[in-house]
Design a protein around this ligand. Structure first.
Ligand SMILES: [Zn+2]
Length: 323
């Protein structure tokens, strides 16, 4: 079903496409040397304080310090092949594989805590420097750090939806149900691999882990409590899936109302986030970005910091002029 994923020319940009492999051309361009100088942080602080209420768009780089890895390495290459929407829908064996991995990965994913970057964003939001937040992350860590007005563009792993009847439910409750129907599963799969590494030690950005196929085969797939179907899905947008139209429109409205846009920890590899940067640039509002390495939207970014997120944001907090 991966072949069923629409191509990159999807006009609405609603479909979240997988990061392309191998390394795309934009990821091979060096960033502007000025963006790596200490003065770049000062330029960012000035630009932010000149545009109170700046809209924020965050990506995976925001949460790497919380122990949740990015899909991409710093060279822009893809590290893992994420579950595709069409693949998930195609059959119960794929869903069994997803939920077995997610069952094991959730223990660690749900314990992840906000880092200094999330806390700095919350500080700057309370001070009025930053406004609403659009996040491509599904980990809830902005809210956990005390931020408000957060739009989760790709949904939240804390929620589950039934693809058959639409019933929505809580992920943690589903965890308890899967534990009851799969006693001893985690202990069986979390032993040592032949090379001495822990089998389930490699957590993925979407909260699951790498498991051997024969371990997955014994996992009992959860069923919907309302309709009984085996089509429960985390309420997140998989690659190849669509962001709900109302959510996209709400994010365009936020971009229309914003004095400026700040991108944090996203290489803008997927159109899902890049389109708001393009929209901001079309409106003529300043676009700022703090990421490690190049982004797909670099030519649209007016103020760029290529540096560590938490330290850069902490410097912006410190640079806040006295009221
Ligand atoms: Zn159902």
């Amino acid at each position: 079903m991966i072949g069923g994923v629409p191509d990159a020319t999807t006009p609405t940009g609603d479909v979240v496409l997988p990061p392309t492999a191998p390394v795309p051309a934009w990821a091979q361009r060096p960033t502007d040397p000025e963006s790596r100088e200490p003065a770049a942080v000062g330029r960012l602080a000035t630009a932010l304080h000149d545009h109170p209420g700046t809209l924020v768009l965050t990506g995976a780089g925001m949460s790497t310090d919380s122990g949740i890895p990015d899909y991409r390495g710093r060279d822009g290459s893809r590290r893992v092949m994420p579950m595709q929407h069409g693949e998930f829908c195609a059959g119960p064996e794929n869903r069994r594989r997803y939920w077995a991995r997610s069952f094991v990965g959730w223990q660690r994913f749900s314990r992840a805590e906000p880092n200094d970057g999330h806390r700095a964003v919350a500080d700057l939001q309370r001070a009025g420097t930053l406004g609403a937040i659009i996040t491509q992350n599904v980990d809830g860590l902005h809210q956990a750090a005390g931020s408000s007005d957060v739009t989760e563009l790709h949904g939240s792993l804390a929620d589950v939806v039934c693809l058959t009847c639409g019933d929505r439910s809580d992920r943690q409750a589903l965890q308890h149900r899967m534990a009851r129907s799969n006693p001893g599963f985690e202990a069986r799969v979390s032993g040592e691999a032949p090379d001495g590494s822990r089998v389930s030690s490699q957590i993925r950005p979407d909260g699951d882990v790498v498991l051997a196929e024969d371990a997955v085969a014994g996992f009992r797939l959860p069923h919907c409590l309302v309709c009984g179907a085996d089509t429960l899905k985390p309420d997140v947008v998989f690659f190849g899936g669509s962001v709900p139209r109302e959510r996209v429109e709400a994010c365009y409205a936020l971009t229309d109302a914003a004095p400026a846009l700040l991108v944090l920890g996203s290489s803008l590899a997927v159109m899902s986030g890049l389109r708001f940067v393009r929209h901001a640039a079309r409106r003529g509002i300043p676009v700022m970005a703090v990421t490690r390495g190049p982004t797909r939207g670099d030519e649209l970014v007016a103020v760029r910091v290529d540096g560590p997120l938490a330290a850069t944001l902490a410097a912006v907090v410190d640079a806040r002029p006295a009221a």
